[in-house]
Design a binder for this molecule. Structure first.
Ligand code: TYM
Length: 331
């Protein structure tokens, strides 16, 4: 079992990242060989401020370590430090089909109405993502639901490459997506939109950097409906905001949705929201304290990333070499 996953260093960590991916990465590093990386090449696909990107890379490395990623147990690295990612991505762009990329829903969402004006990188983004996991022959890729389609593409690319060149080089990766609400944490302002770094309203998400008071305030102001909580989870269907908040409570405390509802059934959000805010503060407060400490030593963060990048490079190199060789470009 080899685990590989990445996160874009655009902005800080939010609750969706944590529950959908990062806290599972933390658990998996006890059982498997893990590689986790900052997808900084992916961050270039939308407009970036170079200065901001540079500081976001360190900030995200610190946030991952504060959340429990242990650079001694896992290989923590920066994608752009390893040229093999971009090199393999080129080879795989020649395997992937335009029709496959045309089906990618994230490109449609992110490019919006200005498709003609979107970067070519935004379009080929999923092929770079395929290279990220195929380079290390990952078997499991822990991600939130929104990345499922990209990983299915990675599987298709792996299978087509192996078939076209009659090799058994690439391992079709398995997406490893949480059960329940954690797979897709929704915005606090709109139960039909995903919680995301790109939402202009900061009230829509809980950030790792939010103070205890900000967390309580965001939960207090989170959109809800006037009905009390039901006793049956099926009755949350059609109530997306209520369902999201109950799902967050369940994901944070580890209780099932049934257990949560059995405690809060019949009560309104006036009673439920403070309990949810307390559970979030209990989860996030210690992580935030660690993050504040880690920030004080940027040289150590750079050193940890450089060390992780060297280790990842040596794992990826033989696979890249075999890929070149398979297509007729032996080195
Ligand atoms: P990114 O940076 O958008 O998000 C990082 C991880 O957080 C998950 N996530 C969520 N999970 C649940 N609810 C949400 N609201 C939510 N928002 C984000 C994402 O699913 C992801 O697991 N393309 C990837 C980065 C990437 C990658 C890879 C991932 C690049 N190469 C290779 C896996 C393997 C991305 O933009 O994730």
């Amino acid at each position: 079992m080899r685990v590989v996953s990445g996160i874009q260093p655009t902005g800080g960590l939010h609750l969706g990242n944590l529950l959908g991916a990062i806290l599972r990465w933390v658990r998996m590093q006890e059982e498997a060989e893990c590689l986790f990386f900052l997808a900084d090449l992916h961050a270039l696909t939308i407009d970036v401020d170079p200065q901001e990107l540079r500081s976001n890379i360190r900030e995200m490395a610190a946030a991952l370590i504060a959340s429990g990623i242990d650079p001694k147990k896992s290989i923590l690295f920066q994608q752009s430090a390893i040229p093999a990612h971009a090199e393999l991505a080129w080879i795989l762009q020649c395997t992937a089909r335009v029709g496959w990329l045309n089906r990618m829903t994230q490109f449609k969402e992110k490019s919006g109405k200005s498709r003609e004006g979107a970067s070519v990188g935004l379009y080929t983004y999923p092929v770079l993502q395929a290279a990220d996991v195929l380079l290390y022959r990952a078997t499991h890729v822990p991600v939130g639901e929104d990345q499922k389609q990209h990983l299915e593409l990675a599987r298709d690319i792996a299978i087509k490459f192996n078939t076209d060149y009659d090799v058994e080089l690439f391992v079709p990766p398995e997406p490893y997506i949480p059960a329940g609400a954690a797979a897709r944490i929704m915005s606090l302002r709109d139960g039909s939109a995903k919680m995301s770094k790109s939402d202009p309203s900061d009230m829509s998400r809980i950030n790792l950097t939010d103070s205890d008071d900000q967390i309580s305030q965001k939960i207090r102001k989170a959109k809800t409906d006037p009905e009390p909580l039901p006793d049956d989870p099926a009755l949350l269907d059609g109530r997306p905001e209520a369902k999201n908040l109950v799902g967050i409570y369940s994901a944070v405390t580890g209780e099932s949705v049934e257990q949560v509802l059995s405690r809060f059934a019949g009560q309104g959000f006036g009673a439920f929201k403070p309990a949810l805010a307390d559970a979030l503060v209990a989860l996030l407060h210690p992580l935030r304290s660690r993050l504040e400490e880690l920030r004080n030593d940027p040289a150590e963060l750079d050193r940890l990333l450089a060390d992780g990048s060297a280790r990842a490079a040596s794992l990826g190199q033989p696979v890249l070499k075999q890929a070149y060789s398979a297509v007729g470009l032996p080195r």
